[in-house]
Design a protein around this ligand. Structure first.
Ligand code: GLA
Length: 701
């Protein structure tokens, strides 16, 4: 091989452990040289055909293309040959401008490296440089040849009350595709994230090569992975073709949704650490701040409450050591009181029949009891039975005016309209006055857009409006925490999360079901912002009965809260609940700062386990979900500990009453023991259960 060959057009962008290298020769197509493990000086092999990045329809023999432009008069597709025109390479970013001067199209690609987190972001814009309009049929945010011959795709999907279940698909040839066209609540069925492991098995937890990508956008998306007859793979993230066609006027630019990407040679855990670290640093509001414990009124009271009953609930929240009381749906509507879900959305003033002293009466009471006060609002919605609808039927989102589709008896407001944005800001301005003492908003969104919803520009305008209001809230009320809720996990993506503080994982609060959802969402989204509430038993959605300790132990692995009236608990359950809230506060800094490790999957196993580790401390969660009698179990090997450090173990959530009642033999708990990190890593911690829904939470320090 030629040792003095010309490497000068090979441009690299590094993160701590990975490198993206492209061949960016002036006047030639942009090509990918390397995506993977960090390499300081990639070698350009002579005669090697490096794959083109962002090829258009009609150019060469490409079987897949990144974008397509057509002529608005004839609908003919126009081949576009983009050639490198400018390259700006800085330590943490790479900006490339590609042009086809004959057609009059340019493409700007910005790749940013978040070095410490080992994560790259991709932002792509296409500009019509011609004198006449063009049609952009579709464009890809990311079009990335992958360094794998075959791969296994891991994705997360589900439905209402059953979000984020993990699925694996081996892809040797053909296409795997995920898409969402719900317009505004785009993680309801399928999360916009994917992991591709090299080879014909899912990426392992701690070893092996994989790539993880997530779309940071609250609108429609499609993720496709193509495998070409065991020769190469390709990842394409784009707007779905059905909703992406738009006219691009002369001089106009279309910017595609931001995509986040990470490469790991340390299995799925490597990816998880990258995404969690990026979320703490960049991807969440106040990402390093510990989240408060919450009692949310929904499952405790639904629509049936008044000031007196809520004060009782606040008393009991305070007794449990909770830090924030959140008043959910049902507090508003004067002419159309919100007593069920058939009316009132849009009329965001207090119902005086239920709350004669207004919101300030309640917030004042919370303050006396040492609690913060939060409020549920669904600002994007309008009910036909509302004063707002009487005044502004024209504010309803376009397609609903045409086809009158209702979901949960409600319609969407058109957030692409300035007057609607102004109205929603006014609503918040009047709610967030100092006397109301509101420090937390639960922003809900209980319906999505019908698939017939007009041109993509309207939806884009909607998402821009949604983001504008969230940014305005951030700058005008920086101390107000925002929970991102959309019938549960309908907006668990980094477009919404980067403008909010936490998310409501699911309307299903059954601890058994939550284990799977929390497991799934932990791959890309940090557990300390996944709201996880202890609810009553039998569970309101599944009817399943689960002991209080297990319910608490599951809630403690996320942002802990309560979703029930503690008055419904027995004395013993109440003692466990109080203990759990107090124990949670003593370890939540570990959840916030620590690295998360999935130790044993809930899929197909008797028990599941995970842990968070900081340099000095750790917290370990073990849940038996499918008890299989037998004495011996392989010890559980722990992660993230320092070999030479001795850790003491304190079992959390163990009340004295429980100790006596269970009369467990000593080997059932590690409470009080001390072990070196190396022992816990190599030999592991002995595990024992005596039945389903037994659980352990250990603090190691
Ligand atoms: C949605 C939310 C719930 C609750 C109800 C209120 O379903 O996900 O938590 O707020 O709305 O109507």
């Amino acid at each position: 091989m030629n040792m003095n060959h010309d490497n000068s057009d090979c441009v690299c962008l590094h993160s701590r452990r990975s490198t993206i290298a492209v061949l960016a020769r002036q006047g030639e197509p942009l090509r990918l040289v390397h995506l993977g493990q960090r390499i300081d000086e990639p070698y350009l092999f002579e005669g090697q055909e490096y794959p083109e990045l962002y090829p258009s329809v009609g150019i060469d023999m490409h079987r897949q293309d990144a974008f397509c432009i057509s002529d608005p008069r004839t609908s003919e597709r126009i081949p576009v040959q983009l050639l490198v025109a400018q390259v700006h390479n800085r330590e943490d970013s790479l900006c490339l401008l590609l042009e086809d001067r004959d057609v009059g199209v340019s493409l700007s690609l910005q790749i940013h490296s978040f070095r410490a987190s080992d994560l790259f972001s991709f932002q792509l814009s296409i500009t019509n440089e011609a004198d006449d309009p063009l049609v952009l049929e579709y464009a890809s945010s990311l079009f990335l040849p992958l360094p794998f011959k075959t791969g296994t795709v891991t994705s997360f999907s589900g439905r209402w009350a059953s979000e984020m279940h993990m699925h694996h698909t081996v892809l040797q040839t053909g296409t795997f595709s995920l898409a969402e066209q719900c317009g505004v609540r785009t993680t309801r069925y399928t999360n916009p994230s994917v992991i591709i492991g090299e080879g014909d098995r899912p990426a392992a937890e701690y070893s092996g090569t994989c790539i993880g990508a997530a779309v940071a956008h609250s609108g429609n998306y499609s993720i496709e992975i193509h495998a070409e007859a065991e020769s190469q793979m390709l990842l394409r993230i784009a707007e779905p073709r059905m909703t992406s066609r738009r006219e691009l006027q002369a001089g106009k630019t279309h910017t595609c949704p931001l995509v986040l990407l990470s490469h790991s040679d340390e299995g799925m855990t490597g990816l998880t650490h990258s995404f969690h670290s990026w979320a703490r640093e960049e991807g969440l509001r106040d990402g390093k701040r510990e989240r408060l414990t919450v009692l949310n009124s929904w499952e405790a009271a639904y629509f049936d409450f008044n000031e007196k009953t809520l004060k009782g609930l606040i008393d009991r929240a305070a007794e449990c050591g909770i830090e924030l009381f959140v008043l959910d749906d049902g507090w508003f509507g004067e002419l159309y009181p919100r007593d069920d879900d058939s009316s009132s959305l849009g009329d965001w003033e207090v119902n005086p029949r239920k709350l004669p002293n207004g919101l300030c009466g309640l917030s004042e009471y919370c303050r006396e009891k040492g609690l913060g006060f939060g409020l549920w609002v669904e600002p994007e919605m309008i009910s036909r039975a509302s004063r707002l609808y009487e005044r502004h039927p024209e504010w309803v989102f376009a397609s609903d005016r045409l086809v009158a589709t209702e979901e949960r008896n409600q319609l969407l407001l058109d957030l692409s309209r300035r007057e609607v944005i102004a109205f929603i800001k006014e609503v918040f301005s009047s709610l967030l006055v100092p006397e109301n003492g509101i420090s937390y908003i639960k922003w809900d969104c209980n319906r999505h857009v019908h698939s017939l919803s007009g041109p993509p520009e309207v939806l884009e305008g909607y998402i821009r409006g949604y983001y504008e209001i969230l940014s305005w809230l951030e700058s005008s009320y920086p101390l107000v925490t925002i929970q991102n809720c959309a019938s549960g996990g309908g907006r668990v993506e980094y477009g919404a999360l980067s403008r909010t503080h936490e998310f409501w994982t699911s309307d299903c609060t059954d601890a058994h079901n939550r284990i799977y959802m929390q497991w799934g969402s932990s791959h890309f989204y940090p557990p300390y912002v996944a709201a996880s509430h202890v609810s009553s038993t039998p569970n309101h959605i599944t009817g399943r009965s689960i002991p209080m300790k297990f319910r608490c132990d599951v809630a403690m692995a996320g942002r802990m809260g309560i979703e029930m009236d503690p008055a419904g608990a027995t004395d013993r359950e109440l003692a466990i609940l109080k203990q759990a809230v107090s124990d949670y506060k003593s370890i939540r800094h570990i959840l916030t700062e620590g690295d998360f490790y999935r130790l044993c999957s809930p899929y197909g196993n008797e028990y599941t386990a995970s842990m968070f580790s900081t340099e000095r401390e750790a917290v370990l969660f073990i849940y038996c979900i499918d008890y299989r009698p037998g004495d011996w179990r392989a010890p559980l090997r722990l992660r993230g500990l320092l070999d030479d450090t001795t850790y003491r173990i304190r079992e959390l959530n163990r009340t004295d009453s429980e100790r006596h009642m269970m009369n467990l033999s000593k080997r059932m708990t590690a409470d009080g023991a001390s072990f070196r990190g190396e022992v816990l890593r190599i030999e592991g911690l002995p595990i024992a259960f005596s039945g389903q829904y037994e659980s352990r939470v250990y603090h190691l320090y």
